[in-house]
Design a binder for this molecule. Structure first.
Ligand code: GDP
Length: 171
């Protein structure tokens, strides 16, 4: 996964983006449906092929800054999951990401944005998602070499491998 390299990846995104499903898939190789009730707001930490993963919900509770203050020291990259079918919440996702990018501590950390659920016909185009998330501004603020977007489907097991390879190139 990380090509023999080690690192800690923070998996962030609004609720329902697919974080729990991705972690479960990495951990077990299976896809399982998780009902949204009683979800811990922070997932367990787990390691896989040299990479340690931990997932957090962002949005709605001013949590991002707090997460950074506590966890950024041990974080080598951020994976930011976006539901590619949920046009209504892309602006919010972009807003959260922009808050993150504005943090001094995050300056040098690579950020892979994963447009998830691209298996669904209603997944919208990357160009459209980028517009709604204000992606150009994120690139401008964070640096084009340190931020990149990928279309993925956790359900089908597609696309995130490229993102991991990109992230691993920084480790
Ligand atoms: P979280 O809140 O970010 O942890 O999101 P979950 O992992 O609970 O996923 C939210 C919903 O999206 C669940 O119903 C998942 O089954 C579904 N989901 C996650 N990934 C995919 C995907 O790649 N394709 C499709 N079609 N559904 C997905």
């Amino acid at each position: 996964l990380g090509g023999g390299k080690e690192g800690t990846l923070l998996l962030l995104g609004l609720d329902n983006a697919g974080k729990t499903t991705l972690l479960h898939r990495l951990r077990t190789g299976d896809v399982k449906h998780f009902p949204p009730t009683d979800r811990p707001y922070q997932s367990d930490k787990f390691s896989f092929q040299g990479l340690t993963f931990q997932a957090w919900d962002v949005g709605g509770h001013e949590a991002v800054r707090h997460i950074w203050e506590d966890y950024v020291c041990e974080c080598s990259a951020v994976l930011f999951l976006v539901d590619a079918t949920d046009a209504d919440r892309m602006e919010e996702a972009g807003f959260e990401l922009d808050a993150l990018v504005g943090e001094k501590l995050v300056e040098d950390i690579p950020i892979a944005i994963l447009f998830n659920k691209c298996d669904l016909p209603e997944a919208i185009s990357s160009k459209d998602i980028c517009q709604r998330m204000n992606y150009d501004e994120l690139v401008e603020n964070h640096g084009a070499d340190k931020i990149s977007a990928f279309r993925i489907s956790v359900l089908r097991g597609e696309g995130y491998q490229q993102a991991f390879r990109w992230v691993a190139s920084f480790l």
